[in-house]
Design a protein around this ligand. Structure first.
Ligand code: NDP
Length: 264
């Protein structure tokens, strides 16, 4: 039997073991997926070998350490500096980022969307902004503080803080890429800014899943279509499973089993 795990801290809340084990069972694949709370991310590589696992997902706060732990990186992971999926092949660790393609697929239903406003500039925004731009979207980043914006500016994104934001453009999608609302009731940016950008938007998207955030509640008061982070989570998991199972199954075959985790 092949063993897999998710490394993170905290990790007890993660849906990934359920998602992957349902797919292993449904597809009759001889695999088992567990969870591992890792305090020190620099230990990731040695733990990976000690546990004798074949593959792993990596969640907060170790995606950058996971990037450093790999021997080989796929082109996209190399570009964004964050890894959430690792496979061991012939003693080498291969790293991938499936969060960003998962998000890209999750917003594909908004077919006419082109201009996207990201609220937040953390690690998730970093990889997703790059994949969206590569796919032809125009991405603008609005963040609470200026520090994290430097990297985006260097990469040619339009960036604003709350203080210097100019709402002159129309954004089709407004995306909460922050952790605001995850464990509190805060909005990702001042309500005055949301009051300007949301009425002109086609839809509002949150990367947080499993609860209705204050951001999505507010978007609903403007009668906007809303989408939470569940599909992103599902799709990043399906793409990770494609790697785990060495591309033996189609996206839809895996999805059919994995999505049951959201109804249990
Ligand atoms: P980071 O810690 O890297 O970044 C956090 C960002 O949120 C920063 O831009 C920070 O701003 C901003 N922020 C935090 N709190 C507030 C607040 N109260 N008001 C305004 N801005 C705030 O986080 P990640 O990028 O790793 O994660 C972001 C979110 O994405 C999390 O909620 C996480 O759960 C979710 N996620 C969902 C996934 C899915 O599959 N659905 C996958 C991965 C992540 P500042 O720079 O000013 O500190």
């Amino acid at each position: 039997m092949q063993l897999f795990t998710i490394f993170g801290n905290p990790v007890s809340h993660s849906k990934s073991p359920l998602m992957h084990n349902l797919s292993f069972k449904g597809l009759e694949y001889d695999g088992c997926y567990t969870r591992y709370r890792l305090e020190d991310g620099t230990q990731l590589r040695s733990k990976f070998f000690d546990l004798d696992i074949i593959g792993a997902n990596i969640t907060v706060p170790h995606k950058e350490e996971a990037f450093k732990a790999c021997d080989e990186l796929d082109e996209f992971a190399q570009k964004v500096g964050a890894v959430n999926t690792i496979i061991k092949k012939e003693g080498k660790l291969y790293g991938y980022n499936t969060d960003a393609p998962g998000f890209l697929k999750a917003i594909a239903e908004f077919k006419e969307a082109k201009e996207v406003l990201f609220l937040g500039a953390g690690g998730t925004a970093q990889s997703t902004s790059v994949i969206l731009r590569d796919a032809g979207y125009e991405v603008t980043i609005l963040n609470r503080s200026a520090g994290r914006l430097e990297r985006y500016e260097k990469e040619g994104f339009k960036t604003y803080t709350f203080e210097n934001f100019k709402a002159t453009e129309n954004y089709d999608l407004i995306v909460n890429m922050t952790s605001a609302g995850l464990e509190d009731e805060s909005l990702p940016c001042p309500i005055e800014i949301l009051d300007i950008v949301i009425p002109k938007a086609t839809a509002c998207v949150d990367v947080i899943y499993g609860k209705e955030t204050p951001f999505l509640k507010f978007a609903k008061t403007h009668k906007k279509p809303c989408k939470d982070g569940s599909d992103m989570l599902l799709y990043q998991g399906v793409i990770a499973f494609e790697h785990f199972s060495n591309q033996q199954f189609s996206f839809n075959e895996i999805k059919e089993h994995m999505q049951k985790a959201f109804t249990l």
